[in-house]
Design a protein around this ligand. Structure first.
Ligand SMILES: Cc1cc2nc3c(=O)[nH]c(=O)nc-3n(C[C@H](O)[C@H](O)[C@H](O)COP(=O)(O)O)c2cc1C
Length: 344
């Protein structure tokens, strides 16, 4: 058990606001593993978050870093920007500058090394072996998010200590190395078994897990722990916006879309997603920056139809409760489900 958790629950890093130091600390205090999301934050803000967590708990908390991919096609981004002009007019704002930055990922890794962050996970790519080695030298465990057996093998070969195996049920972005239609869209159960055979590394299962029985299923399928995002969005400690919380109590369907960021992500179907999914190009992070002012305006106005409402497929089962209580309950219910299953 490489993560050495008292309870087999990992709180998914959730960039864009939901992952607060208070949420991560509460999860780790309860015997799970809390995560801070470095994505979209400055390296200085990441350092502040790490130190804020240390003020709240002595337990280990991880940091998640986004790796950059190849930039999207400028002409496709220009066409999409022309389409979004009507959205900008609706709010009386300018579209954002569609720049292709690297999210300052190397500086964030340096912060993790300097602060001796105990667990570092990567998303959207494969870290270089020297980056993995530098983190190992600083005492960190390195996790890589994978969505195919091939990615799992590649992660093993650069020295990853464990894999975050993300099924297509997951809320938020597809965390795999590439953004190609249909690629990495395995259901979690199939993916866990394929990867167990392909790469002999500890697995953390993610995607559509929201209650004890689903966590139990992931453990039976070979995972050492379950990583839940959507279930933690409803916790009082999370920084989830009001419109997002309300939408999670509704009954909309979920779908994969590039409309908000230029990379496939699963969210609740709302007006913006329905109107722009067919035309949005694969161009991350340009489209993310392009739509930032639109999402900010919609959020300020409390308009759930204009913001990205990331949610996994099982979101309707989520019950709001404090994070520590959620971790304990998930572990107890998973244990009870395993006992019931063994008796069948
Ligand atoms: C609001 C939201 C934000 C997310 N942000 C990140 C992130 O910053 N880094 C990351 O690796 N995964 C991110 N994810 C994906 C989670 O790591 C995880 O794969 C997913 O939440 C699992 O599916 P579930 O939401 O059904 O539990 C995010 C998910 C959500 C719902």
């Amino acid at each position: 058990m490489v993560l050495e958790l008292t309870r087999p629950i990992v709180q998914a890093p959730m960039a864009g606001g939901p992952s607060t130091p208070a949420l991560a600390a509460a999860v780790s205090e309860a015997g799970g593993l809390g995560f801070l999301a470095a994505g979209y934050r400055t390296p200085e803000a990441v350092r502040e978050d790490v130190r804020a967590v240390r003020g709240l708990t002595g337990a280990r908390v991880g940091v998640n870093v986004f790796l950059p991919g190849p930039p999207g096609d400028d002409e496709a981004v220009r066409r999409y920007a022309a389409e979004l002009r009507a959205e900008a007019d609706r709010w009386g704002v300018e579209l954002g500058e569609p720049r292709a930055d690297d999210d300052a990922w190397e500086a964030k890794v340096a912060v993790c090394v300097e602060e001796r962050v105990p667990v570092v996970s990567f998303t959207f790519g494969l870290p270089r072996p020297d980056v993995v080695a530098a983190l190992h030298d600083a005492g960190a465990l390195v996790l890589v998010t994978v969505t195919t057996p091939e990615e799992a093998v590649a992660a093993r070969d650069v020295g990853a200590d464990a894999l975050v195996v993300q099924g297509v049920e997951a809320g938020g972005h597809r965390g795999g190395f590439r953004d190609h239609d249909g690629e990495g869209e395995y259901g979690l159960l199939a993916l866990l078994r394929l990867i167990a055979r392909a790469a002999d590394l500890p697995m953390v299962a993610a995607g559509g897990l929201v209650d004890g029985p689903s966590v139990a299923a992931a453990l039976v399928a070979g995972a050492e722990a379950a990583q839940l995002g959507t279930a933690f969005l409803a916790c009082p400690e999370a920084g989830t916006g009001h419109a997002h919380r309300e939408a999670l109590a509704g009954s909309a369907g979920t779908a994969l879309t590039r409309a908000f960021s230029g990379r496939r992500a699963r969210g609740l179907v709302n007006r913006f997603l329905a109107e722009h999914t067919a035309t949005a190009p694969s161009a991350y992070p340009q489209v993310h920056h392009l739509t930032t002012p639109l999402r900010a305006a919609a959020r300020t106005a409390g308009d759930a139809d204009g913001v990205n409402l990331w949610a996994g497929q099982a979101y309707r089962l989520v019950e709001p409760r404090p994070a520590g209580e959620l971790v304990r309950r998930l572990a107890d219910d998973a244990h009870a489900a395993l006992v019931r299953a063994a008796a069948r």
